[in-house]
Design a protein around this ligand. Structure first.
Ligand code: NAD
Length: 383
């Protein structure tokens, strides 16, 4: 049975805590404004009585999505659940006739991604992937400025950032900091989860979002924290008929800063601060041009698509190139542990603690500047 678009679409949410709380806020606001009807939610913690603040009392609570779908036929299912649950839950929602707003990354592997695409096609339903930076007008602005020749010929794209994550970030859930959990790929690496937007937005700026647009991926992963996955990683990506892309990120910075995507050209560079929707265009001899751009919420965009057919801003197919990079990272070498003597521990309130790798900011900057990985630059943190 497939859902028929109604005047006020019904929406269900799976995953109401963690990042799901932002969905609780967005759904509640739209529910109260009469723009959608939030009918049901699924989360084992919700079913156990852990209700997020502000959640409307008339939303039916279920322990899991299967139970929810046995009782409801939502027009849209939003999924803010752990990464390794995405493929199965999205498939179940599509098969129940719902369109899906799926948190990033869409899936934790290319095979699952292709299967999900096939299921969406078979069901005639849509999947919008929750890379909120792709709801911004900024990537299209950067592409237009490049096409207008503002920075000459593009010589390369780079993206990444320096963030901090405390120990509690890696201990908050059984899947956090893992490459695998049982027989599932988790893919909770720095560039596949926390800084995934840098990767996806860079691919959008380069206008290479399809799975076939990635021709090579070289992965150089490291880990500062005592986790299974990587938290400090450089990746070089070859793109079809395009200058290359380099990525570098860390969660062990001493100084956290704004992540960015940069397009460098023979005549200047354009930097996109994608969490802020701010673009800075720099051409030698001219004053920098700074522009701020609007952003469309991807839930509103999906509802608009259902109403008018307007193309989605972050359709599943647009995550193909990202997923190929993710697939290379999860299938690539295990991260190299950084020697603890190089690491500084910072005590935080409440008994929490953060690890910092002094000099990692300069190393990330060097990768983004030179398009060479940490290891190629001669950086060796293992001793
Ligand atoms: N777009 C962003 O900026 C952004 C930021 C943070 C996290 N995320 C994404 O949000 C998703 C969730 O991440 P998180 O860090 O909040 O995870 P989390 O583990 O902290 O919270 C996940 C929530 O989902 C619930 N849950 C787990 N399995 C479930 C299932 N099978 N069915 C229903 N509910 C289930 C948990 O009980 C919990 O309430 C991930 O895909 C992550 O990448 C996106």
């Amino acid at each position: 049975m497939s859902a028929v678009p109604t005047a006020v679409p019904t929406v269900a949410l799976a995953g109401v805590h963690g990042f799901g709380r932002t969905y609780v806020e967005r759904l509640t606001a739209r529910h109260r404004a009469g723009r959608l009807r939030w009918t049901a939610a699924a989360d084992p913690r919700l079913a156990a009585g852990e209700v997020p603040p502000g959640m409307p009392g008339d939303v039916a609570a279920h322990r899991d999505l299967a139970d929810l779908l046995a009782h409801h036929r939502p027009d849209v299912v939003a999924l803010a659940t752990p990464l390794h649950t995405h493929a199965d839950l999205a498939a179940a929602a599509l098969r129940a006739g719902s369109d899906v707003l799926l948190e990033k990354p869409a899936t934790t592997g290319l095979e699952e991604f292709t299967t999900l695409q096939r299921i969406a096609e078979e069901c005639g339903r849509q999947v919008q992937v929750g890379f909120q930076s792709l709801g911004s007008d900024a990537p299209a602005h950067v592409r237009a400025r490049i096409a207008a020749g503002r920075i000459g010929s593009v010589t390369g794209y780079a993206a990444g950032g320096c963030w901090q994550r405390p120990r509690s970030y890696f201990t908050r859930a059984d899947w956090a900091g893992r490459r695998r959990l049982g027989d599932r790929v988790v893919a909770d690496g720095v560039l596949t989860n926390p800084l995934a937007h840098a990767v996806a937005t860079a691919l959008a700026v380069a206008d290479r979002r399809g799975a076939d647009d990635v021709v090579s991926v070289l992965v150089d992963p490291h880990r500062v924290n005592d986790i299974e996955t990587d938290d400090t990683t450089a990746v070089r990506v070859g793109l079809r008929d395009s200058p290359g892309l380099v990525l570098a990120g860390t969660l062990a910075a001493s100084e956290a800063g704004e992540p960015f995507v940069v397009a460098r050209g023979t005549g200047g560079r354009i930097t996109l601060y994608y969490t802020l929707d701010v673009v800075v265009e720099e051409v030698p001899g001219r004053p920098p041009l700074v522009s701020r751009h609007d952003r469309t919420d991807l839930l509103d965009d999906l509802l608009e698509h259902r109403a008018s057919g307007r193309p989605l801003l972050s359709p599943l197919a647009g995550s193909g190139a990202f997923t190929r990079v993710l697939d290379a990272i999860v299938g690539g070498p295990a991260p190299r542990p950084v020697d603890p003597v190089r690491v500084r521990a910072v005590d935080l309130p409440g008994g929490d603690r953060r690890l910092e790798l002094p000099g990692v900011e300069e190393a990330v900057a060097a990768v983004l500047e030179t398009h060479r990985t940490f290891t190629e630059l001669g950086v060796d943190w293992t001793r």
